[in-house]
Design a protein around this ligand. Structure first.
Ligand SMILES: Cc1cc2nc3c(=O)[nH]c(=O)nc-3n(C[C@H](O)[C@H](O)[C@H](O)COP(=O)(O)OP(=O)(O)OC[C@H]3O[C@@H](n4cnc5c(N)ncnc54)[C@H](O)[C@@H]3O)c2cc1C
Length: 302
């Protein structure tokens, strides 16, 4: 990030009309009215308390699972990238990770500490906060498998520690109390003397063989229906390579939509709708998006 942008980013200060395309892995998305990047809990509390009660609040980690529409986000966006990025070994098997820590760093640290199973987190290109919200998973592991408790904050700035039992967790789904967000999680792992960085490398290499890693995408667009792979259904519908504007169904993995650098959020959303309709027509299965769609269409339509 350059110095000018850093200057705009002083304590508690909002950026106005911040293009969300800068903060999403699809590289699309219109402006957020207010964009905050708090550096720590005290600053976050001050921001939350300063916002009028009717200002909508949207949280964002690394934007790797978010389609922000071209008209942007009304209200305030809270970005967690600098909130709490700490990763701490609390005792032999317990690790606390801040919501802003990337899953990749947590995976590497845990492997260094000979703790497992955590290597799977290396496959998730987001933050711990986003992974908690999504119950993100890869290579057979899911984020909440090892969560013992989480730290949260609500709209009034009140901090809580909640046990895992407070949350109903499913496949890429977690029920969270309204207007409460994650600050950190405490994980319980097991000591595994065989844990080694090579395991992460080989998991990522395996993934690069089947997925278009490095292209502007949001990973899997649709959830896998029970007993099926969404990618297989999309391929079966003949949609590999299908294009709308600058958005294309990946030839490598049909559950990925790629932005060739010219796509709008509307292109991507139209392609999502087209895929859903075609898969339903061909195989009778209704796909559900894993990707979350937020914001207004161009022209202010929700
Ligand atoms: C190439 C690629 C591969 C991917 N592979 C996988 C995969 O294998 N498995 C998988 O599960 N996902 C995968 N994803 C999707 C994505 O990485 C995950 O969903 C990830 O957990 C999102 O984290 P994030 O920080 O980017 O969240 P964002 O996309 O920024 O946000 C996602 C949601 O979480 C909310 N949120 C963010 N932070 C917080 C917080 N602190 N408290 C409360 N809510 C919050 C946001 O409001 C939003 O609703 C992939 C994405 C890409 C681009």
């Amino acid at each position: 990030m350059n110095a000018a942008v850093d200057d705009m980013n002083r304590i508690g200060e909002a950026r106005h009309d911040e293009p969300m395309s800068r903060h999403t892995s699809w590289r699309v998305g219109g402006p957020a009215d207010l964009y905050f990047r708090p550096r720590g809990k005290a600053e976050l509390q001050a921001i939350l308390r300063s916002l009028p009660a009717d200002t909508p609040i949207t949280w964002i980690g690394l934007g790797s699972n978010l389609l922000v529409r071209d008209g942007g986000i009304r209200g305030a966006v809270i970005a967690t990238a600098e909130l709490d990025r700490s990763i701490e070994r609390l005792d032999e098997t317990h690790v606390r990770a801040g919501a802003g820590a990337t899953c990749a760093r947590v995976a590497r640290k845990c492997v260094e500490w000979k703790l497992a199973p955590a290597a799977f987190l290396a496959g998730i290109p987001g933050t711990i906060g986003g992974a908690l919200r999504m119950n993100a998973g890869a290579f057979g592991g899911e984020t909440w498998d090892r969560v013992e408790s989480v730290e949260t904050i609500d709209r009034a700035g009140k901090l809580r520690v909640r046990p895992r039992a407070d949350f109903e967790v499913g496949y890429r789904r977690v029920r969270i109390p309204a207007e409460e967000w994650f600050i950190a999680a405490k994980f319980a792992f097991e000591v595994d003397e065989t844990a080694a960085p090579e395991a992460i490398k080989s998991l990522l290499a395996k993934r690069a063989e089947t997925q278009p890693i490095g292209a502007a995408s949001c990973g899997s667009v649709f959830k896998n229906p029970a007993g099926e792979a969404a990618g297989r259904l999309i391929e079966q519908a003949g949609l590999k390579g299908h294009r709308i504007g600058g958005a294309t169904v990946s030839d490598k993995h049909a559950n990925f939509i790629l932005n060739d650098g010219t796509a709008s959020a509307a292109d991507i959303e139209l392609l999502i709708e087209h895929i859903k309709a075609e898969v339903e027509r061909v195989s009778g299965v209704t796909l559900e998006t894993e990707v979350l769609i937020v914001g207004e269409r161009d022209g202010g339509e929700p």
